[in-house]
Design a protein around this ligand. Sequence first.
Ligand code: SF4
Ligand code: FES
Length: 283
Amino acid sequence: MSTQTTEEAETEAQGSESPGDRRRAEKAREQSGAQDAVTTAEETVHLKVFRYDPEIEGKNEPRFDDFHVPFEKGMTVLDALMQARDRFDTTLTFRHSCRQAICGSDALFINGSQRLGCKTQISDLEQPVRVEPLPHAEVVKDLVVDMEHFYDQMEAVEPYFQTDETPSDDMEEQRQSRANREKIKMSTRCIWCGACMSSCNIAAGDNEYLGPAALNKAFRFSMDDREGEQMREQRLEHLDQTHGVWRCQTQFSCTNVCPKDIPLTEHIQELKREAVKNNLKFW
Ligand code: SF4
Ligand code: FES
């Protein structure tokens, strides 16, 4: 009885193969791989995409269009939208840029939740995949919303570094402790996608509310030791208002949808505590 294992048999066979045999076997393996890819590509994804174009007669009534695009392993919602646009309807409009969850331009309402198109795998979703523009924002066309109000709220908290005193030497380093860096680390990850603002019921009902993204940005700077006490007090005073930190009702919707996993609600609660402390006077 032979005691040779399959592996040993294959190795022995390979050893006796001529270079021509090996090339033919290699080619056959490649062809079979390509065939598998075609078979996978024959599976399709069913998208239901929101459409609206206020400028074109006949398209200015909101509706959903169906698209069936070939599925590929690793396909994201953004990939599927691009396929739908490139293969079936070049007028389908949506924003995108980096395709790696960095630029924040493709936040969408996918199967009832705010998500980044480029970070959402089709295989994780139920079909048909329903794709809509971000709620609580004016639709410009199809999946594109007007981000003006969101940017206004972000700018209102002056989202840039400001120190109490400028160092005498321009080239002097502004050092930050490791502990302080850890404290603000998550807050620096914001990519300005607007998903949190869109998910927030309070922001939807109060146009003046700064909103979770702007408050997170304020947290990022007011907790940065390098800005100094005076600047920190000024920032907290600005947030300590009806449409600032006190509007948040800790619903956690922003935290749940943030694609960068920033603990937004937690940051807002810390700002509330700091605002109270900022108001305490001891004589
Ligand atoms: S906090 Fe998160 S959800 Fe909000 S804008 Fe920044 S990255 Fe987007
Ligand atoms: S395309 Fe840039 S975040 Fe998705």
